[in-house]
Write a protein that binds this ligand. Structure first.
Ligand SMILES: C[S@@+](CC[C@H](N)C(=O)[O-])C[C@H]1O[C@@H](n2cnc3c(N)ncnc32)[C@H](O)[C@@H]1O
Length: 180
């Protein structure tokens, strides 16, 4: 069976074709950036930590792939992209093996998500991996769930996927598709 992150990648791969503009809103260690670049998409990736850019750059080099890496918050996405996008992914929370104080925040996450939903082409998809076991995670989880629950059904299909019997606070996936 696919876990929620593998499922997110599968759902994105179903709609992305080479040359599509896509956004990794939370670069982190670069796993999603490399995955998207491997689909031959034009990837624009954001993170607020220089360490994330360094890790992602290295991972891209190893895979002989390229992406545009931006050291800035995803809430500023409008300053960097003025075209439609096919897809985006968020992995909420903190950068593993790094400063756990630097976490994604409800306000900026929803700001970025609102802008990316505007930029999304019809049939495009946004994946949000929700990690909430850390301090501050519950507030962000609840804010994101409240926001996506309120998206109009005529315009967006919103689905939630996650484990049922896992210990601790297992991450889950929220998948949004802009209707045709
Ligand atoms: C869970 S990690 C992302 C994992 C990543 N997708 C990967 O494949 O390794 C969350 C990342 O979001 C970053 N972050 C926090 N606030 C941000 C913001 N406002 N804009 C962009 N990135 C942010 C953190 O620095 C951290 O690297």
């Amino acid at each position: 069976m696919l876990n929620p992150l593998e499922l997110a990648h599968r759902f994105l791969a179903e709609v992305i074709v080479p040359g599509d503009l896509v956004v990794d809103a939370t670069m982190g260690q670069g796993y999603d950036t490399v995955f998207l670049a491997g689909l031959k998409a034009d990837v624009v990736a954001f993170d607020v930590q220089a360490l994330a850019l360094a890790m992602t750059e290295k991972r891209l080099e190893q895979a002989q792939l390229t992406a545009k890496l931006i050291l800035d918050g995803h809430e500023n996405v409008g300053q960097y992209i003025d075209q439609q996008i096919k897809a985006a992914i968020f992995n909420l929370g903190y950068l593993p093996k790094s400063d756990k104080q630097v976490i994604t925040q409800a306000e900026t996450t929803l700001d970025a998500l609102t802008q990316l939903l505007e930029m999304l082409v019809k049939g495009g998809r946004i994946a949000l991996m929700i990690y909430y076991g850390h301090a501050g995670g519950l507030e962000e989880r609840d804010a994101v769930l409240a926001f996506v629950s309120g998206l109009p059904q005529r315009e967006f299909q919103v689905m939630r996927y996650g484990g049922i019997n896992q210990a601790n606070q297992p991450p889950f996936l929220v998948m949004i598709e802009k209707r045709l």
